[in-house]
Design a protein around this ligand. Structure first.
Ligand code: LLP
Length: 450
């Protein structure tokens, strides 16, 4: 144990991981001179044609991931969580692949429906749904509304009104399971804002009230324990508790609920070698737990639903930046690029570590440890701390960050009026703009105060 690893072994390990494409889209290919192509399109060509920063989204990878879910969960409803990233093209891909949609605002809902998504396949979430959002949900005929607080019950019932079309609803339950990649994305316990507690009886109370509302039809229960979860166990514990609650609902109210939505949160790797939630195992073990739990409780097996966001679009996206400056400060090397925390707040918010890579140029230089920073006026604007890059990294180089498809652009901000990057779809050798770059004209047109 202990001892020193020979320097050559360290170097080859660093090289191997720098060259590891395991977390990149499956369509990624190596071309000559350090070039990479995704969906058949070289990244340098995208940078030249569409400018940087650009977010490249591999349509084939998104579709393949949707299909992997359909295959892994043949008996379940798979709803794509739109908050990870939504555009009209994504709405179409997800629809064509047979998934449903989870939305959490009137914005996401209207974008999806106006892009042709069937409203009955949409579930509306939100811990605090504004009247405007509820109005849109009822007007558009959303499939399910997930009740997240007691006051919503009367509000939704009143909005439906006597003789109105009965609205299908679910109740979001907090099952008391702690899981998730960071404190800010753990939602399975009572110390956070989402859902109704199983332990203090708030969930049971809300269920009883919903059942007493003729305007509402309770189709089932929902829970979402957290995000970036790489272990199957917390899902099984949560599922067992949810089945237990369903049995108590049957005993107390003589109502057998037909649906059980276990939310999303399925973890992915941001750097080579990081753990990933295995979907086949998850699906098999959840199914087994559900069937056994229901048999033991004498319940009819409800239809399961899952709501993956990150695991569908995350690995399908690559962020492409141009290096603007390289600064040597004491022991540190800062590589500054033309984007940053306004297009990717995740390192600053959750301490997530990414694996950027030089593309479009071969380098024979040894590697150096560098910190990739953005161009914003803030010292915390760090995209990737202490990563290995070629020692001759220089202004004009292109850096690509894989696994950039989820919760980056959907959380992008207007900080420093830098403007949000374009989203470019690649597929079978061609590239097209899905969302255009935000421009000075966009800022000026909203700023009407004069
Ligand atoms: N269903 C519900 C009710 C959710 O709240 C979420 C995520 C999902 C499904 C999808 O979870 P996913 O499969 O994508 O992990 N901004 C954070 C993640 C926040 C997740 C919020 N809810 C991040 O960048 O990691």
């Amino acid at each position: 144990m202990g001892g020193h690893t020979p320097a050559t072994a360290v170097l080859s390990k660093v090289r191997a991981s720098a060259d590891d494409l395991s977390i990149w889209p499956a369509s990624t290919t190596r071309l000559t001179h350090g070039e990479l192509a995704i969906g058949g399109v070289p990244l340098t060509e995208i940078a030249e044609r569409f400018d940087t920063p650009a977010y490249v989204l591999d349509e084939g990878e998104v579709r393949a991931r949707c299909r992997t879910y359909r295959d892994a969960f043949p008996e379940a409803a798979v709803l794509y969580a739109a908050k990870a990233f939504l555009s009209r093209a994504v709405v179409r891909w997800v629809r064509e692949e047979g998934l449903g949609l989870d939305v959490c605002s009137a914005g996401e809902l209207e974008l999806a429906v106006t892009a042709g998504f069937p409203p009955e396949r949409i579930v509306l979430h939100g811990n605090a749904k504004p009247p405007r959002d509820l109005e849109a949900a009822l007007r558009l005929g959303v499939g399910r509304i997930v009740i997240d607080s007691p006051s919503e019950i009367a509000r939704i019932a009143a909005a439906v009104g006597p003789g109105g079309r009965r609205q299908k609803v679910m109740v979001r339950v907090v099952p008391g399971v702690s899981a998730g990649g960071h404190d800010k994305i753990r939602t399975g316990t009572d110390d956070q804002k989402f859902g109704l507690s199983l332990t203090d009886g708030a969930a049971q109370h809300a269920i009883a009230r919903v059942l007493g509302q003729p305007e509402l039809e309770l189709t089932g229960l929902h829970c979402h324990i957290g995000s970036q979860i790489t272990d199957v166990k917390p899902y099984l514990v949560a599922l067992r508790r949810m089945v237990g609650l369903m049995a108590r609902v049957r005993d107390a109210h003589r109502v057998v609920l037909a649906e059980l939505d276990m939310g999303g949160g399925h973890g992915i790797a941001y750097r080579p070698g990081e753990p990933v939630l295995d979907l086949t195992t998850l699906a098999r073990r959840m199914r087994a737990e559900l069937v056994e739990g229901c048999a033991a409780a004498g319940l009819t097996v409800p239809r399961l639903a899952v709501e993956p966001g990150r695991a569908i679009v995350g690995p399908a996206g690559v962020a492409l930046y141009r290096v603007l400056t390289v600064k040597h400060t004491g022991e540190k090397v800062f590589v500054a690029v033309d984007g940053g925390m306004s297009d990717n707040p995740r390192p600053a918010l959750y301490g997530v570590r990414y694996a950027p890579r030089l593309v479009g140029r071969a380098s024979t230089a040894g590697s150096c440890t560098a910190t990739v920073v953005g161009r914003h006026c803030e010292a915390g604007d760090i995209l990737a701390a202490d990563v290995e890059l070629p020692g001759d990294i220089r202004p004009g180089d292109l850096l690509a960050v894989p696994v950039a498809g989820a919760y980056q652009l959907s959380m992008a901000s207007g900080y420093n009026l830098v403007g949000r990057p374009a989203v470019i779809a690649v597929h079978e050798g061609s590239a097209r703009t899905l969302v255009r770059r935000e421009t000075l004209e966009d800022f000026r047109s909203r700023d009407i105060g004069g």
